[in-house]
Design a binder for this molecule. Structure first.
Ligand SMILES: [Zn+2]
Length: 192
């Protein structure tokens, strides 16, 4: 989150991240409205995840990210260690704002799609809404075991959400897509 802040991909209190560890079934998530540029590991919330539960039971007094529902839907059925990272990378959001479909935008760049599978754009929906949570979850096209067809999806006029085994791998999906978005926008080509 600090690196994302340093790159200008979030303002101070934006962005959120969750991680579920296969070995202990703990659901870790960033708290709501904290300053991500000074986030410390002790601030991360830890919630016990019942492996078969369809709902997450929140202990009293904790205040997780407003995008908790999105994180939970994406994490719920996955039995492996998984990180879900949500950021607002500038050029990627600009490309969607300009009307680009992100999977179309990357199709001429094999160095990206070799490593990062980009799902369909999620339409413009209110931040932290159940509609955004569900549309983002659906855009990953998960199977019944929670395995996703894509590594990253964009949310129109908002941000992106990436999935990987570790936070840095998720970060790299965002980084690759952001780099290609910057290149395409700099080229000035028309939207197809
Ligand atoms: Zn956001």
């Amino acid at each position: 989150m600090k690196e994302a802040y340093d790159r200008g991909w979030i303002t101070t209190r934006d962005g959120n991240c969750s991680l579920v560890r296969e070995e202990n079934n703990i659901f870790y998530i960033t708290p709501s409205a904290v300053r991500k540029n000074v986030l410390i590991s002790e601030s991360i919330l830890r919630i016990k995840k019942n492996p078969n539960a369809t709902e997450l039971i929140l202990p009293d007094g904790i205040n997780p990210s407003g995008e908790l529902e999105m994180h939970w839907l994406i994490q719920r059925d996955c039995k492996k260690t998984r990180c879900v990272l949500h950021l607002h990378p500038t050029y990627t959001v600009a490309a969607m704002h300009a009307g680009w479909s992100l999977p179309k935008l990357v199709e001429s760049f094999p160095e990206l799609y070799r490593y990062t599978k980009v799902g369909p754009n999620v339409p413009e929906l209110p931040a932290t809404s159940p509609e955004l949570a569900f549309a983002t979850y659906e855009a990953f096209s998960p199977d019944e075991r929670g395995r996703s067809k894509f590594d990253i999806v964009g949310q129109t006029n908002h941000g992106v959400t990436a999935i990987a085994t570790t936070p840095w791998d998720a970060f790299e999906h965002v980084e690759r897509l952001e780099h290609i978005s910057q290149i395409v926008l700099a080229s000035g080509v028309e939207i197809r």
